[in-house]
Design a protein around this ligand. Structure first.
Ligand code: ADP
Length: 288
């Protein structure tokens, strides 16, 4: 299973990109959307929220009164923890169900608005970002979503900068142009990179085709390796000179399968299943 993180600043067109990826066959895990679904009328989630906070958080039609709930948790850390204690496990469980149903050869896209703000980026095989100039985002947010310009700008300023998002991005989708231009870029990356990568992962082999990687690919791939090996009492030795392979000491089955899951295959020297991957990994069977 190929696992992707998709992000972009507010108004960049992340939802538009996610829709196209879904049409092309990817499974989408949208935590924000799931967080709304698990407290829809009739759900166990909403029943528990109402039990915890009282009928004041329900509208007359029985649906969740979000402003009322927001008011309660806004200044009350304990109330917020209670709410999270109800909603987070439900979101996690539903996300896991969606992923489990997707199958081994699936392409699963995690739609994560604040990916660049956190530390999860290296846990994904690839990170895709939707990049759109700030002025265009402001314009779209005010005309299409009816958002006040000052409010939109404040939200943009509260998020990571475009530079911070670019630093974690393996693939940049430029959404300054038309929706059709966005779609064409996604179709191309889906055909040239995502599908071959997912196929290689499912087959347990390195890439059979090549595409160019963005600048900074080596650093991102080292971060991925470090993530993959983080729990295994081994580290990856970084080579800065030339295109020497990374060195991983320890040829245990556990280390190998962690490297395979992260997208590297082979015997002594492993090569990436990612057609845009640049880093080879040398497994050295000697004590650390
Ligand atoms: P995000 O999910 O990143 O906040 P959306 O996908 O909701 O952004 O896009 C923000 C707004 O801009 C939406 O109303 C959307 O329909 C519109 N939009 C997205 N991409 C384009 C585009 N290429 N051209 C014109 N409008 C767009």
């Amino acid at each position: 299973m190929l696992t992707l993180g998709l992000t972009g600043g507010i108004g960049s067109g992340k939802s538009a990109a996610s829709t196209v990826l879904n049409e092309l066959g990817a499974t989408i895990v949208d935590a924000d959307k799931i967080a709304r679904e698990v407290v829809e009328p009739g759900t166990d989630g909403l029943r528990r929220v109402a039990e915890a906070f009282g009928d004041q958080v329900l509208d007359s039609d029985g649906s969740l009164n979000r402003p009322a709930l927001a008011q309660i948790v806004f200044n009350d850390e304990q109330a917020r923890q209670t709410l999270n204690g109800i909603v987070h496990p439900l979101v996690r469980g539903r996300s896991e169900q969606i992923v489990a149903a997707a199958g081994d050869d699936a392409i699963v896209v995690h739609d994560i608005p604040l990916l660049a703000e956190g530390t999860m980026a290296p846990s994904f095989h690839l990170v895709l970002i939707v990049a759109t100039p700030q002025e265009v985002r402001l314009e779209r947010l005010s005309t299409h979503r009816g958002m006040d310009r000052a409010d939109a700008l404040a939200r943009i300023k509260a998020q990571a900068t475009e530079e911070q998002r670019l630093a974690i991005a393996d693939v940049v989708l430029d959404n300054a142009g038309s929706p059709q231009e966005l779609r064409e870029q996604i179709e191309q990356v889906y055909a040239d990179r995502l599908t071959p990568y997912a196929d290689a992962l499912a087959a347990g082999r390195s890439a059979a085709s090549r595409v160019n990687a963005r600048d900074g690919a080596v650093a991102r791939e080292y971060a991925r390796l470090a993530w993959a090996l983080g729990q295994l009492d081994t580290t990856v030795e970084q080579h800065t000179g030339g295109d020497a392979p990374a060195i991983v000491r320890g040829a245990t089955a556990e280390i190998r399968s962690a490297l395979n899951r992260a997208g590297w295959f082979g015997d002594a020297e492993l090569a990436p299943a990612d057609p845009g991957g640049v880093l080879r990994v040398n497994i050295v069977d000697e004590p650390r």
